[in-house]
Design a protein around this ligand. Structure first.
Ligand SMILES: [Zn+2]
Length: 264
């Protein structure tokens, strides 16, 4: 008798564990998925940020999946239009974003995006263009240069700001906020010769003061790292996104796209 109780308990625990890891039971969310990528590269031994590296092969598979399922990428201007009018130009929208401006985005992601006809937004840290990601000394990575950023912009990619030096925008003085949020916008606009209207908070974190400065600097959208899909009732200055991690499966990707989350 005891053995049956143990077996049933074990089966029950496995089901609970599986359901927490893969939330297939969640209702589909009708919102727009904003995918958040960082690096598109192979894992590095000893690196603490490997979960932020999606392998080029996996990235390609994900883009292929989006294409096959009929997703069409929209830009943040398209999203603003949706917030203003309630109308969407495409049936299955997706927004693809990359934080930090890693050089591997240009090398490994840009050609794949072009191949499948997708647009994406790249959030750049302006002080470290053509340098390393010096805000994370232990795990520093090469970042894109101006020519690469300009080429992507010329090919229809959106370029947004991720501040001047990637600080945590919490409890920051107003002056420092204006420096980080305003100067980065100006630096990008000067080189691109176009208005830069999308912003992404470093580490996804911000307080009311930071959000106010983002609005004052005339950005029209700002991305956080809160997980989920975007709906019309949401705040366009703290947009939810879906973090795409390198250690997740295509089933995770399907759950994220349909339900906005893949875990409990
Ligand atoms: Zn970042």
């Amino acid at each position: 008798m005891l053995i049956y109780i143990i077996i049933i308990t074990l089966i029950f625990l496995v089901i609970i564990g599986f359901s927490a890891r893969f939330n297939y039971w969640r209702f589909p969310n009708k919102g727009i998925p904003i995918l958040m990528y960082h690096m598109v590269s192979e894992e590095k031994r000893g690196s603490k940020i490997n979960k932020l590296r999606v392998s080029p092969e996996k990235f390609r598979r994900q883009m292929q999946y989006l294409k096959e399922k009929g997703y069409q990428s929209i830009s943040f201007s398209g999203l603003i239009n949706y917030f203003n009018t309630g109308n969407l130009a495409v049936k299955k929208p997706v927004i693809i974003t990359f934080d930090d401006g890693y050089r591997d985005n240009y090398i490994n992601a840009f050609p794949v995006l072009k191949e499948f006809g997708f647009k994406a937004a790249f959030f750049i840290v302006t002080d470290f263009i053509d340098d390393d990601s010096l805000w994370n000394i232990e795990d520093k990575e090469k970042l894109m240069n101006w020519d690469e950023i300009k080429e992507m912009f010329g090919a229809g990619m959106e370029i947004g700001s991720h501040t001047v030096s990637h600080p945590l925008l919490v409890n920051y003085s107003r002056e420092k906020l204006f420096n980080e949020i305003g100067y980065s916008k100006r630096a990008l606009e000067k080189i691109l010769g176009a208005e830069v209207t999308c912003f992404s908070y470093p580490y996804g974190k911000f307080d009311d003061e930071a959000k106010k400065v983002v609005k004052k600097c005339e950005y029209k959208t700002a991305c956080s790292t809160k997980m989920g899909k975007v709906n019309l009732k949401d705040d366009i200055y703290s947009l939810k996104r879906i973090l795409i991690r390198g250690d997740e499966t295509m089933f995770d990707f399907y759950l994220q796209l349909t339900k906005g989350k893949n875990r409990l």
